[in-house]
Ligand binder design. Structure first.
Ligand SMILES: [Zn+2]
Length: 274
């Protein structure tokens, strides 16, 4: 079917001058990562928090680091280990192949804190991690504005969700925390993400009037940051958005809507690029 939506999306990519990849939690599902959608989604991934009566919003709360650092690091240490052990799925590689093949200037904007794009070979200076990164730490106070790499190792007791250790701020020796924007978070340091935003602004200055294609994957409407950004970029004159989402694929023409997972949809588009 030469005129199927997949072949049209493939044509948009092969004619593009630049690519923006926007990704939410659904991007990681094909790598085996949990999507914390809804309380049940969170508790399926972390049954111990269901027993403790904690929702995702309550577990992802900076207050734990102050009150009970080892419990705070139970959740984030577990996720640090999980993301370090995860191999990014083949879809990341397909995106990199298209970038190379069609010589696309590109940028990644993600609400994920898991570092999977860098792990898949995307360059640090082409990343905007809007909610920060688990692979970076900051002081929980914070007593100063430094953000440093998370090189710590954690063992988590999965019955209590407590870590065996909590990293400390090198300056004040209070507990360090991930440089992730949490719920009800007034101490997150934005400097690293702000520098990434500057890079993205420069990218848009250079590419915004070109043939821009936005591929959005697994970004839901519950926390709509990524979806809104894709739609805003879609209003640029020559831009096309390819929205990939198994549950909420809606977007109006001339943009493309695919009700499917990230990897299966990228595979189908790839099959029309040949
Ligand atoms: Zn400190």
């Amino acid at each position: 079917m030469p005129n199927s939506p997949y072949s049209q999306a493939a044509a948009a990519i092969s004619n593009a001058t630049a690519l923006v990849i926007t990704a939410g939690a659904g991007m990681g599902v094909d790598s085996g990562l949990p999507d914390f959608r809804g309380n049940q989604g969170f508790w399926n991934a972390y049954p111990m928090y269901e027993r403790l009566g904690l929702s995702f919003v309550q577990a992802a709360n900076p207050g734990h680091f102050e009150r009970d650092p080892l419990f705070g690091w139970g959740f984030y240490g577990h996720r640090t280990n999980l993301y370090r052990a995860t191999v990014p799925h083949r879809g990341f590689g397909l995106l990199r192949q298209w970038i190379e093949r069609f010589d696309l200037d590109h940028f990644v904007v993600t609400s994920n804190v898991d570092g999977q794009f860098q792990k898949a070979g995307f360059a640090e200076e082409r990343m905007l991690e809007v909610h920060g990164s688990i692979h970076h730490l900051q002081c929980s106070v914070p007593c100063h504005h430094d953000i440093w790499p998370n090189l710590d190792r954690f063992n988590i007791d999965e019955t209590t969700m407590r870590a065996d250790r909590a990293p400390a701020c090198p300056r004040c020796q209070r507990v360090a925390r991930p440089n992730i924007l949490m719920f009800g978070d007034y101490s997150w340091l934005h400097q690293r993400t702000s520098a990434q935003e500057d890079n993205f602004d420069n990218f848009l200055q250079a590419n915004g009037s070109g043939q821009l294609v936005v591929i959005e994957m697994g970004a839901g409407s519950a926390i709509p940051t990524i979806r809104s950004l894709s739609e805003r970029l879609g209003r640029l004159k020559r831009a096309r958005v390819i929205r990939v989402n198994p549950r909420e694929p809606q977007i109006s023409a001339p943009h493309f809507s695919f009700a499917g997972g990230a990897l299966e949809t990228l595979d189908k588009i790839e099959s029309h690029l040949n």
